[in-house]
Design a binder for this molecule. Structure first.
Ligand code: SAM
Length: 295
């Protein structure tokens, strides 16, 4: 296997050899620390039963070690120059390099055929400019068993935030409805080349399925509740375009979901959002029936 690329000198000299420069516009801050690389991969507990999907492999710092431990790795890289580096340097029998925008590619096509005993894991040092779209892209595809991602520290806080905190928002609820998330450790900007302006954090997500609703369905409610953070729920929700109910009717729905209408969205737990959404649906159906009966 080609030599390690985790030494800064190597990363730089590989880019030079290919006539490449780090592109800020693509979030290219390369990991150059072997210890952090290993901590990320250890956190994903990669074994020979794992099929790994890596987003934004860069010059292959994580990819190389992932390929040593996993059954196989799909590495999706948008930068054509870096995709060429990967094709040249990594063993093609274990690493499938896909050149393209990860957001434009369907997750199932990226992993291919997976045997019943194999597990899908997503591991990435994400391009920070599209962190949330990438997370959403994969959250709704429940086939993965674990996601271990490096994100901007502040985004990491939002991913795991609970009610009543400043970081708690629509992203926190959406993630909580799909997965259990935890920040595993923080990472200094010193371990990247070039150094980013922000600190980073490694977050692990494990899917959950115990809320009994499709989290996507609740998202209009969650967005409306956080869209007007300073308003009471009765005000914020009665102004939402999807809600045909008056403010008084909306208050009744809140009360029957056992939620005080003067509370603000930022105080609701994910469970309360689900309960409230179910109540809206129930009342919606009653209205439907009443409407038809009245015809
Ligand atoms: N994994 C490498 C590492 O740890 O050194 C590179 C991480 S760097 C933070 C993010 C990588 O994502 C870059 O290689 C960048 O070219 C790639 N990237 C940016 N946007 C992308 C997209 N839409 N689809 C796939 N890869 C993308």
């Amino acid at each position: 296997m080609p030599g390690d690329v985790v030494v800064p000198r190597n990363t730089r000299s590989i880019l030079e050899k290919y006539g490449l420069q780090p592109k800020k516009s693509l979030g290219q801050n390369f990991l150059i620390d072997r210890n952090i690389r290993d901590k990320i991969i250890d956190a994903a507990a990669i074994t020979q039963d794992d099929v790994v999907l890596e987003i934004g492999p860069g010059v292959g710092t994580l990819t190389e070690e992932l390929a040593r431990r996993a059954a196989r790795v799909t590495a999706v890289e948008l930068d054509g120059g870096l995709a060429q580096v990967l094709r040249d340097r990594l063993p093609s029998e274990r690493v499938w390099v896909v050149e393209g925008d990860v957001l434009a590619l369907e997750p199932p096509a990226l992993v291919g055929e997976v045997s019943p005993k194999q597990r899908i894991k997503i591991v990435a040092n994400l391009p920070y400019y599209i962190t949330s779209p990438i997370i959403f892209h994969f959250l709704e595809w429940k086939r993965w068993e674990m996601m271990v991602i490096m994100v901007q520290e502040e985004v990491g806080e939002r991913l795991v935030a609970g009610p009543g905190t400043k970081a708690y928002g629509a992203l926190s609820v959406a993630v909580a409805l799909h997965a259990r998330a935890e920040v595993l450790f923080k990472v200094s900007s010193r371990v990247f080349w070039p150094r980013p302006q922000v600190g980073s954090a490694v977050v692990r997500l494990v899917p959950r399925d115990d809320f009994g609703v499709d989290p996507k369905e609740c998202s209009p409610l969650v967005r409306a509740a956080f869209g007007q953070r300073r308003k009471t729920l009765a005000n914020a929700l009665s102004a939402a375009p999807w809600n045909p109910l008056s403010k008084e009717e909306t208050e009744k729905v809140l009360l029957s979901a056992r939620i005080d209408p003067v509370r603000r969205g930022e105080s609701l737990t994910p469970e309360e959002f689900v309960r409230l959404w179910m109540e809206f649906q129930r009342v919606g159906k009653i209205q439907d029936v009443a409407g038809r009966n009245g015809d």
